[in-house]
Write a protein that binds this ligand. Structure first.
Ligand SMILES: C[S@@+](CC[C@H](N)C(=O)[O-])C[C@H]1O[C@@H](n2cnc3c(N)ncnc32)[C@H](O)[C@@H]1O
Ligand SMILES: Nc1nc2[nH]cc(C(=O)O)c2c(=O)[nH]1
Ligand code: SF4
Ligand SMILES: [Mg+2]
Length: 218
């Protein structure tokens, strides 16, 4: 059984695939936070900007088989040109995404992207893997397509992740957790300045911004 909080067609807002149309499949549950505000301060990951509790969001639900979920996601891809792309996120998608579901997405014609905190092993067959380390949670994934570090995190600074092989290294300024974003976010503005300074001083790191919040698409 797969539990999905919500699913929607949008543009990938972050990282090297930013601007690419994708169906986002947001799985329920995370291993680093319950998702309840009362638990946030004591969570390993305490800055999450996402509601991933339950299955009650837009196009959310429970799916008995990999084929049923792949078909559900396929219906959200408009009859358009271009390679269908699904981004599995959450919550923590690697609590649920397994090889049969990746196979079912491929069989439905999708390339499969994943956004993960990197603390769980990734099944084979993922086409684009983004690892975003959190605080002192040990990263077990050794290689990925992009490492996208939310910045700044006192327990997860960029120089700690040189051993993780990636084709791209991004810093993403930490935004305030409030959802949806209501007006200017001074915390994000200040973190954007800090991330900018870090990238200027360490050019192996690139800046990525949450484009979807800037243009207000989801
Ligand atoms: C909600 S997480 C879900 C996927 C996975 N659990 C993870 O942490 O990568 C999706 C992306 O949003 C990022 N993110 C979460 N909260 C954020 C915040 N307050 N500011 C900027 N990025 C944030 C995460 O680092 C991750 O790259
Ligand atoms: N448009 C858009 N792009 C995203 N890239 C990563 C996201 C996520 O929450 O995983 C995200 C998201 O929530 N929306
Ligand atoms: S950012 Fe990712 S790891 Fe952190 S609480 Fe949210 S879903 Fe979990
Ligand atoms: Mg998001």
């Amino acid at each position: 059984m797969y539990r999905v909080k919500e699913a929607f067609y949008t543009l990938q807002g972050e990282g090297a695939q930013a601007g690419r149309a994708a169906v986002f499949c947001r799985f329920s549950k995370c291993n680093l936070w319950t998702g309840r505000e009362k638990d946030r301060t004591n969570a390993v990951c305490n800055f999450c900007d996402t509601d991933f509790v339950g299955t009650d969001g837009q196009n959310g639900g429970q799916f008995e088989t990999p084929e049923a979920l792949a078909e559900h996601i396929r219906r959200l891809w408009p009859n358009a040109q271009g390679r269908p792309y699904v981004v599995c996120t959450g919550g923590e998608p690697l609590l649920q995404l397994d090889a049969p579901l990746i196979d079912a997405f491929h069989a439905a014609g999708f390339e499969v992207g994943v956004e993960t905190n990197g603390t769980l092993p990734a099944p084979a067959g993922i086409d684009w893997l983004c690892v975003s380390p959190k605080a002192d949670a040990r990263v077990v994934i050794e290689a990925c397509d992009e490492l996208k570090l939310v910045y700044p995190q006192p327990l997860a600074m960029p120089d700690q992740f040189g051993h993780i092989r990636a084709s791209h290294y991004f810093l993403s300024p930490m935004a305030s957790p409030a959802l949806p974003e209501q007006g200017p976010d001074p915390v994000k503005q200040s973190n954007t300045q800090k991330a900018t300074e870090y990238c200027l001083a360490h050019p192996q790191w690139r800046l990525t911004l949450q484009m979807h919040k800037i243009i207000g698409i989801d």
